[in-house]
Design a protein around this ligand. Structure first.
Ligand code: ADP
Length: 374
């Protein structure tokens, strides 16, 4: 280690000792401050370290310290899914990525309305190859690269990725840029490295889903892309290429509402080389989605979902979810205020329909279609 490295190591040891000392005096607040500072230094060093193993070691140690801080603050110690992790350290200006995947997502293709072609593509490209690797070998095929799901917001991209994990009964890692990106120097890269290290440890495979990938993967040619963002994207490309050990049995999916912003390098094999358009639901899909969202709720006999599906052209899945929720709230409110007990009826859906508008413009739809054909 260099002289500078020695200084860093000494400072971290001092801070940890100070934290231990504070704990000995039952001064939890002082221990929190020392451990949090040590963790921050470790994250910074992880980011600049040229040695990959060292990078990961520092990031892991940094995260352990953050977990100690969290425990000291009396917060829940259980680990959460990547991308849903919130260690409660925002007060200290930090947050960490906890490395426990959610074991299977619990979502299946049957929970998704419509998107039959998308499901078939995913079966062929991901599900069958993962289930029958011997047949891939037999025909000299490889697993192929990752898949980019693109389309308007609220069309079920996240749901589709979860369902791939559900169908394969495999762990699901959801990576959200908001959990990676940090204002603190070097933390974003350290988190990304740690995250991939965790993912590589999934001996029996996993589905890794990078949501809103444009937030990390914006084109490097854009003048407004900062140097740290460029570095982070380079690291993501390296991780996806398996520069640090090709992850076996891992399936990569990414989602974006703005595919035209992405750096071209992300769309080349073995990264997200397959683009898959997730469109607005068509009439049968809208009807199915309405059925799914109203299932389990008392419904009046006058309900005409077929007509409602006709009248909701241009609505995204999320818009339809909102429509159903608003409709259900009407009898719910009456039940609370007036003690009534009536099912959801057509009039409630009509009333909700007056308030919910399609969130996706015709203009943006055309842009997606054009991108899909490029
Ligand atoms: P996206 O990732 O495309 O922004 P999500 O997957 O987060 O969209 O979906 C938003 C909401 O709409 C979720 O509640 C999801 O369950 C619902 N939804 C969207 N499309 C569908 C669909 N085709 N089938 C069932 N639910 C859907």
């Amino acid at each position: 280690m260099t002289g500078q490295g020695d200084d860093f190591a000494r400072r971290v040891v001092e801070l940890i000792d100070a934290g231990n000392g504070a704990l000995g005096r039952h001064d939890r607040q002082a221990a929190v401050v020392s451990y949090a500072r040590a963790s921050e230094l470790l994250f910074q060093q992880a980011a600049v370290s040229a040695d990959y193993d060292e990078k990961v070691r520092f990031a892991q140690r940094a995260r352990q310290l953050l977990e100690s801080v969290r425990a000291l603050k009396g917060e829940r110690a259980e680990t959460l899914a990547i991308g849903e992790a919130n260690t409660g350290l925002e007060a200290a200006g930090e947050s960490s990525v906890a490395p426990a995947p959610r074991v299977s997502s619990g979502v299946m293709f049957a929970d998704i309305a419509g998107l039959d072609e998308v499901k078939e593509t995913l079966r062929l490209r991901m599900i069958y190859p993962a289930r029958h690797p011997e047949k891939l070998d037999r025909y000299g095929l490889s697993m192929g690269g990752g898949m980019l799901l693109f389309g308007p917001p609220g069309t079920g991209k996240t749901l589709v990725a979860r369902a791939v994990a559900g169908e394969l009964d495999t762990p699901f890692f959801s990576i959200k840029p908001s959990d990676i990106l940090s204002q603190y120097y070097g933390q974003s890269e350290a988190r990304l490295a740690e995250l991939f290290e965790t993912v590589r440890g999934c001996a029996h495979g996993a589905v890794v889903f990078v949501d809103e990938i444009d937030a990390i993967g914006a084109s490097r040619t854009r003048s407004d892309v900062s140097e740290p963002s460029r570095r982070l994207l380079n690291q993501l490309l390296n991780e996806l290429d398996g520069v640090h050990g090709r992850p076996k049995g891992l399936l990569f999916l990414a989602a974006t509402n703005e595919p035209w912003l992405l750096d071209q390098a992300l769309l080349r094999p073995p990264r997200f080389s397959e683009k898959c358009y997730i469109p607005l639901p068509d009439q049968p899909a809208r009807r199915r989605l309405l059925e799914l969202r109203l299932a389990g709720c008392p419904l009046a006999g006058d309900m005409d979902l077929q007509r409602l599906a006709d009248r909701t052209e241009g609505f995204s899945g999320a818009d339809l979810v909102e429509l159903c929720e608003r409709a259900k709230q009407i009898p719910f409110r009456e039940a609370i205020l007036r003690g009534s007990d009536r099912p959801v009826g057509q009039a409630d859906l009509d009333e909700a329909l007056r308030r919910v508008r399609p969130s996706v413009s015709e203009e943006s739809l055309q842009r997606y279609e054009r991108f899909g054909h490029d």
